[in-house]
Design a protein around this ligand. Sequence first.
Ligand SMILES: [Zn+2]
Length: 1043
Amino acid sequence: MIKTERILHLKSFRGRKVRVVREHYLREEVPCYSAVCQAGCVNDGKVLSGELTHYVVPDASVVADYLEVLELRELQGIVFTQTAFQAVQHNKGRSRQYNRLRGLLKDPRHNCVLFANEFQEYSYCPREKGESQDKWQTKCVYSAAVWYHDHLAGLKPIVMITEDQAAVTQYSSLNAGVYVISIQDYLQNFWPDLQAAHELYSSISQALQEKGSEGTEREYAEHLPAEVLEAGIKSGRYVQGILNVNKHRAQCEAFIRIEGSTNKNTDLNSDVLVCGVKNRNRAVHGDGVVVELFPKSEWRGKTTALTEGQGEEKTGEEAQSQPMPTGRVVGILQRNWRDYVVTFPPREETQSQSRNSQRILVVPWDQCIPKIRISTQQADALQDHRVVVRIDSWESTSLYPNGHSVRVLGRAGELETEIQTILIENCIHVPPFSEAQLREMPVISPEKPWRVDPGQVVVRRDLRDTHLVFSIDPRGCEDVDDTLSVHTLPGGEVLELGVHIADVTHFVAEGSLTDLEARARATTYYLADRRYDMLPAVLSANLCSLLGGVDRYAMSVLWELDARTLAVKKVWYGRTLIRSSYQLHYELAQALLKGENAEVPELTQLGTEEKDAKLAQLTQALEMLTHVARHLRAKRDREGALELEGVEVRAQLDEEKNITALVPRQPLEIHETVAECMIYANHWVARKIQESFPQQALLRHHPPPRQEFFCQLVDSAKARGFFCSTRSNKALADSLEQAVDPQDPLVNKLLRVMATQAMSNALYFSTGACSQDQYYHYGLALDRYTHFTSPIRRYADMVVHRLLTAAINLENAAGHSKPSASNKELEEMAQHINNKNRAAQQAQRLSTELFQCLYFKDKDPQVDQCCVADAVIYAIRANGMLVFIPQYGLKGAVYLRNREGQVVTVGQDGSCEWQSGSVQRYPERISTTCSRGTSTFSLFDHITVRISVQASRYHSVSLHMEVISNKPHQNAEQQPPQLQGRSQLVQEVVRLAEEQAHDKAARGPKFSKEEREFCQSKSPNLYSLLEEVRELALIDCSKTNSM
Ligand SMILES: [Zn+2]
């Protein structure tokens, strides 16, 4: 090791320049992290692949300015030098780049490494007197590039990229095998076909060029320095929180959601209102901000009237417009900028905008986000396209934030563009599984099928010959992740119930690329017409699918129950080997239970006698299962389980999910039987892991709802003469059971929807992060609950499988038995999964709405009978009402007053027309008055509405509903059943989109066929819906509007 001195020029606290001399140690052994190392480096962790054609060494300014290009997955073999890394780290305005760079280096999916060049004896070069920092950094990076070339004995060409033309001239011919070129040359020569990189490069370089030409006039107040903000928060002068823009009034209304414990301001228990963009002071929706409150005399109220395009509002939050804490943003603690989808303004506008520069104001799809100024020469070519952009900065001298474009999604309005928009807007990244990920998967083919490993037979409990195992799923289900068994043990005193779940974590090692990808996705995403799997198909549809007649690995829970009382005598958890005998679907299982004549496919080949014997055995097992499940259900009921279950979930599905009507109206008992067994398994696994790891187990709780959210439910029930008690889950369930209008089944259904919307979300958490009284699951009435039964499509279940394995090892004292994640890490994981689940639901809801709009897009509302439908009023607002259209499962706003001040009036025959007048609102009805008289609309009234599509250049298309009669729609009786209407809706839209895609195949980027098959399947999401019903987990409802 060599000691040397290093001179640093630092700035003192008071701004004086200080020269510091530091001891600097140089070593010979600094790992190169290359697979083709010739010198025997100790290369732990990530290693540069030996198969690449070259390695890339970017200099400091390339890393700082063009990191996004280097982030592209296609660019591999990147060596980040310590010099470049520190240059980004120490640049104050670049903390976001620094975080991204660290994330990139940590991400094993990206082939790049960090080289400590300044500690390497032969690559280090001291800074010479008078040498500028930039020049010195470039020299260091070049020296590192040369070192790599020599160290790898010339086996790999090294390409240094720099934007410094002088460096290109100076270094490019010094060493053979070390190339020094500009980033543009690099992309053109090495990645001529990587369009994304070229576009990104030109958009960033343009943004950099324009950066110098900022105006100087101040548009906003300066943000206060961090110390002042911190002191202000401590003293209670300021409050901190997350900025939430009201998307219906994005220009004028935003709220700060207060983060409780951090604020000393005790009399503040509501959100803080921020009016207007000046007071918002450059904060963007989602940013962590600090606000200063105005004196009480300046407080204002929020708006309660309906506005165009407004759909759902959280029940109970429709407080009257009383003044609330109001303030202005004085500083920003954390920018939470993400990728935004934008649309270019029409040509006329861009021409007037860009007279002096290439700058264009683009409009984000998300109405909460301000317009973004980007520099581009493609404004013309990108007319009518949707483009992804990122915000770079927002100076106080700039009315709008500055940003740059990242990539083009395609033409607005086309199905694929709109679906991609939904994914990006919800931060859902589902690229096809990479080759490296797929290489981790077992290789199977018809010639070389997968076989049980003899080593596994030894360590697993073999149930293949001892247990009759079967699955019950929706018809046509491909990924079977749970199976059941039940039988009486010899002696007849004890029943043994078994739940056997696919052993996914056997195939997916913790920390492997597949594991990291699954963790990043956190769930399988179900959209209206497709799904994006969490795991590669070889696992989800094959090795981890517990299909009939094949050997499979499982994680099992086996209960020994007293045959008479069904009390639990013993529980066994462990890894097993199973072979499912029957792959039943619900209808078949139900038919067998009823003793109906049903054909079991597995038995068709057998002779009558054998067939009858087997059939009797299977039927007996199903009967026993039903008996046990009824008992379990009754036990939970006594303990206060919410009786909403299937019914409640079904109503929720009607509102939030697509193809809801596929769920049978009268669920078969077998659904509940299977669901009850899964709940039981989840509950017992939760107990096991919580007892083994009281501080670090992943559970799922469902907090009791806040009473004020029940206002709408209670008032609406009252309007119909029902009393609704919300005192406890049991009381609520009983009330809902009673609240049935024999004339109109929709009344009960809508009340259940309201109850569901008042619920909190069920959420994952780490046991160390909550006190034990917060573990409770309100909906299921269980003291502990988790997710264990669907590891193929939920990452939480994979975490739980690993925890259960650790708990079993702990018991057997076998090997290492500690869970690998600490409480803090597990809590972070829980938050991540919760966020992804919310995004998944949001994306599903948006895709459903997209399909609904596409369905109506080409229909003429004045002529087409499809556009006229029966609607029922379920909420009253200041200038209109919210309605539900059963035929299409649609919800929306119907206005009774328009912008011209006209109101809807009803004639003798019920038909409606607009006249000038006034609106009067009551709790359970709303009236309009004009010269013609008074017209009233009440809760639960059936009316007739006309549905039309409201086009939007920039945002998602939406549906507009207009009341045309206060009477029920005449054809209401003859409507086709919901099932047909909804699934046909999706099918028809898909067919039209495919036809269009065919017509203009040449236009814009389209998914290749492989990509489609690789990562998505077009099956309807019936499977997921039924799974939800089975779990009875209360579905998290969207809270985007809960202001
Ligand atoms: Zn080496």
